[in-house]
Write a protein that binds this ligand. Structure first.
Ligand SMILES: [Zn+2]
Length: 240
């Protein structure tokens, strides 16, 4: 694996000549309650991307640490990119990777709001310049969470500052977690959630969705290992 944050140009050239694939984490600067930092989605996605990269001997790109987090802008500290900006960044990076001879790009997405701009950028890079991009949203997470977590998610497949994310942060960056401030909140979702743009602060007080109090680093390690294993399997299919 080669980390482009510390690599030199000749090292990258050699890896590209051997057919290395680039791996890019896309996170967010977004509120995660009182116990997790704003960088949570960036730390988690880059942590997963690093392990995926180690497994496939890839090129680890520095992460994108902002994302499209408009629905958390009602909470202080959340700074969002527009979908157009995020898509434009991904297009620029994709064109650059293609120009420099990289075989393909794997995006490890850590934030729900990034899904649409990432999928559109991937489609455009494929259609316009024939550059292959795969985007992963923590495959396997739901299955593992259901098996090992003691608490229920606030809504199906909705993991935000809860037991899942807190466990993964305890595994990746325990020094950033304030467990003494972790407290549950199970907000009542508006009936038309997902059918109209609704800021999360209009029905959630703490920024927590679910119960982070039973989070442990061990659960986080299990989640990360399972997500990495499933990601590597899917990347194998993508590259075949
Ligand atoms: Zn998150």
């Amino acid at each position: 694996m080669l980390d482009l944050h510390v690599a030199t140009s000749p090292e990258v050239k050699e890896a590209i000549e051997k057919g290395a694939v680039a791996v890019l984490a896309v996170g967010a600067l977004e509120q995660h309650g009182a116990h997790l930092p704003l960088s949570t989605d960036s730390v988690m996605s880059h942590g997963v991307a690093r392990r995926v990269c180690e497994a496939i001997d890839g090129l680890l790109l520095p992460p994108i640490v902002y994302g499209d987090a408009w629905n958390n802008e009602g909470f202080a500290g959340t700074l969002s990119l527009s979908p157009d900006t995020l898509r434009a960044i991904l297009l620029d990076l994709g064109h650059g990777l293609k120009r420099t001879g990289v075989r393909a790009l794997v995006i490890v997405n850590g934030h729900f709001g990034n899904r649409e701009p990432i999928a559109l950028a991937a489609r455009m890079l494929k259609q316009e310049v024939g550059f292959p991009v795969m985007h992963l949203d923590y495959p396997g997470m739901e299955r593992i969470a259901e098996k090992i977590c003691d608490s229920k998610p606030a809504a199906p497949t909705f993991y935000h500052a809860d037991e899942v994310e807190t466990s993964m942060m305890l595994a990746l960056a325990p020094e950033l977690v304030r467990m003494d401030k972790a407290a549950p909140e199970y907000p009542v979702f508006p009936e038309i959630f997902g059918m109209a743009p609704i800021g999360l602060d209009s029905f959630n007080k703490s920024g927590v969705f679910g119960d982070p109090t039973s989070a442990t680093a061990k659960k986080g390690e299990t989640l990360i290992a399972g997500i990495v294993e499933e990601s590597v399997r899917l990347i194998g299919i993508f590259l075949a």
